[in-house]
Design a protein around this ligand. Structure first.
Ligand code: UDP
Length: 244
């Protein structure tokens, strides 16, 4: 197997650093414990988050890859570091929702925990200065953010990921409320990139979404100052690894 050597840092984001390797097709991501919310206005640390998100995201990407979803995952190097394919990120945050929560509930006046009649998809334009505004397919095309074929493929993959993740988490007694995906271009193909973790998904204790008091096992514990943030990340990870 190819040996991957960490070269210069290419980028530092809110939750990860990215390093070059000798191979131009691959980069190494390093997960931090830093947590931010509300476009960076709220900052904090979730101890051990980087390790959990790294391992969890890799397990989920490997599972998805096996089921036919192309992903950027290549090889886990250590607790916090993973080799991934170097993609050009499509500047869209792709959000799938099964149950109303967060900004959807606020925007449309729907009580959190209301089951949606069908899973929904929405796009935000990835742009911190503009606060990641909601956009539609036509806007994305008009702004040359992606092609029509890419958008069609992204939708197809995102809904497939939803079906697979719902089923996967059901076995762990967790309801997948909503999540955010990012896609990238790699040698002309659209593949799943970024991460899938409690930072990017809403995980609720099974069945608790139809009660007033759902139990969040995700970053909402940090966003909403609910306490037990580390415990929630640890709990999801424990269930994920117990099943192995
Ligand atoms: N999300 C994310 N990054 C973002 C915005 C949202 O990972 O920058 C995830 C979030 O964790 C949730 C889903 O996308 O699982 C939908 O988030 P929503 O639009 O409701 O925004 P929020 O209420 O988190 O501001």
């Amino acid at each position: 197997m190819e040996k991957f050597e960490k070269k210069q840092q290419l980028y530092e984001g809110k939750a990860k650093k990215v390093f070059a390797t000798e191979n131009p097709d691959y980069v190494i991501v390093s997960y931090k414990d830093d947590a931010t919310a509300f476009n960076g206005q709220k900052k904090g640390t979730i101890v051990g988050k980087g390790v959990i998100n790294n391992k969890m995201s890799n397990m989920l990407m490997a599972m998805l890859e096996k089921k036919g979803v192309p992903t950027h995952f290549v090889e886990q190097l250590s607790d916090r570091e993973t080799v991934v394919k170097k993609v050009q990120i499509v500047p869209l945050e792709v959000i799938i929702r099964n149950v109303a929560a967060g900004s959807f509930s606020k925007r449309y006046g729907v009580k959190e925990g209301t089951k949606l009649s069908i899973p929904t998809i929405e796009f935000s334009y990835k742009c911190d200065e503009l606060d990641d505004p909601l956009i539609n397919d036509y806007h994305a095309l008009a702004l040359n953010l992606a092609t029509e074929q890419e958008i069609a493929r992204i939708k197809e993959l995102a809904f497939k990921v939803n079906d697979l993740l719902i089923e996967f988490f059901k076995h762990l007694n967790i309801d997948l409320i909503d999540f955010k995906l990012e896609f990238g271009r790699f040698h002309g193909e659209v593949i799943l990139a970024d991460e899938i973790s409690p930072d990017t998904c809403r995980f609720w204790e099974a069945g608790s979404w139809d009660t007033e008091k759902h139990v969040s096992l995700d970053k909402d514990r940090f966003r909403r100052d609910l306490g037990g943030v580390e415990d929630a990340y640890n709990e999801v990870f424990k269930r994920l690894t117990e099943g192995e």
